[in-house]
Design a protein around this ligand. Structure first.
Ligand SMILES: Nc1ncnc2c1ncn2[C@@H]1O[C@H](COP(=O)(O)OP(=O)(O)O)[C@@H](O)[C@H]1O
Ligand SMILES: [Mg+2]
Length: 366
């Protein structure tokens, strides 16, 4: 039987655990006539928390509600890419609409600008986008832009966001969903030219509740054509610690271990958890830590004694270093998505199992 679990980044899972409030409110926002504040939303979370799959799922949802969606990653050339996507998608649609309008002998605004004119004339990016969006909006089609891996250092990212603000001021039917690591998003929000984004809806991808993980496990297993025993699913759900990527890893492994058995039992799950923890260590923790300098790792080690987050001033004392040393390392590790802040000053580990694994790593590799 085909394994229904998908431990690949960006792969939309058979069953999305939790995140119901977000999905419901976005569905409502895409479906209603009046402009909804959720139409400008930032998804914020560490690696493996499900940002990319949510962008995909929400853009599918938009499409179901009659929106056109343009999806890019924040990289150089993203504006051209967006224009390509909107042209390709809108072309057929607008042509179709125009033909229909013509047969209705209803030559409104729509017919007055010919489609060829829009794309051939040398106009600014924003002007071209505006004209196409306007035409689509006239047919009641909204335009959703999704941007993955937000990068505040990219000029195009800032330009695009500024243009989007104009689209809103011009009362166009547009939506913007962006996803990124916490540190990147907060840097973006600091940029004066896109300060309107500070009022955007922010959705933080927190750990998924255990009962939701449980439900998703049961449903995914069923979808693959098997069952899982109640004790087994409880143990699996608690080992996953609400972390989406772990959900797929654990599920994938216990499914493999269960072989031809139709019911996944506790021993299969226990073995699956061990294997999944190994996978997580080799695929995520080791490469992440290997990329860090020895100073970075020592900094992380100094955080280990603080069960409830570390205060930078205390870390400076503990390490015998200056506060500027601490702030340099803090910044670097935040950028790597290895640590996160609790919104205030305290620092904590951003990856599951990192705290437990770090002493072992230091012993073996440093
Ligand atoms: N809510 C969820 N329920 C189940 N699996 C999920 C969920 N969110 C993400 N995943 C799985 O976790 C992995 C990482 O998701 P991804 O969207 O690539 O994370 P990110 O973009 O935040 O790094 C993928 O294998 C995906 O299928
Ligand atoms: Mg991603």
């Amino acid at each position: 039987m085909l394994n229904p679990f998908t431990p690949d980044f960006g792969h939309v899972p058979v069953c999305i655990a939790g995140r119901h409030e977000l999905i419901q409110s976005m569905d409502r926002a895409f479906g209603q006539e009046l402009r909804d504040p959720n139409l400008t939303t930032l998804l914020v979370g560490a690696r493996g928390t499900g940002k990319t799959i949510l962008l995909t799922a929400l853009s599918n949802l938009a499409a179901q509600n009659g929106w056109l969606s343009l999806n890019v990653t924040a990289l150089a050339g993203m504006q051209d890419e967006l224009l390509d996507q909107i042209e390709n998608q809108a072309r057929q649609f607008i042509d179709f609409q125009e033909a229909r309008k013509r047969t209705q002998i209803n030559l409104g605004k729509l017919a007055s600008i010919s489609w060829q004119n829009i794309i051939k004339q040398p106009k600014s990016w924003r002007t071209k986008m505006t004209q196409i969006i306007e035409k689509l909006n006239e047919c009641a089609i909204g335009v959703l832009i999704t941007i993955d891996e937000v990068n505040p250092d990219l000029d195009e990212m800032i330009q695009l966001t500024a243009a989007y603000q104009h689209f809103i001021r011009e009362d166009r039917k547009v939506a913007l969903l962006m996803a990124g690591l916490p540190f990147r998003v907060s840097n973006l929000l600091r940029d004066q030219s896109v300060s309107f984004l500070r009022r955007a809806n922010q959705y933080h991808l927190r750990p998924i509740e255990t009962y939701e993980v449980r439900e998703a496990l049961i449903e995914t297993v069923k979808d693959g054509g098997k069952d899982i025993s109640a004790d087994a699913v409880d143990v699996a759900a608690s080992a996953i610690e609400g972390f989406p990527y772990m959900l797929q890893l654990v599920g994938y492994r216990f499914w493999e271990v269960s072989g031809d058995n139709r019911v996944i039992d506790l021993p299969a799950v226990e073995r699956g958890i061990d294997l999944a923890r190994n996978d997580f260590t080799y695929r995520i923790l080791d490469p992440t830590l290997d990329d860090l300098s020895e100073g970075d790792v020592r900094f992380l080690a100094a955080m280990l004694v603080d069960e409830k987050g570390s205060v930078p001033a205390e870390l400076a004392k503990r390490l015998g270093k200056s506060s500027s040393y601490v702030s340099t390392y803090r910044k670097r590790l935040l950028e790597q998505g290895v640590i996160e802040t609790n919104g205030r000053d305290k620092l904590r580990f951003a990856l599951p199992m990192l705290r437990k694994y770090l002493p072992e790593y230091i012993e073996e590799k440093l």
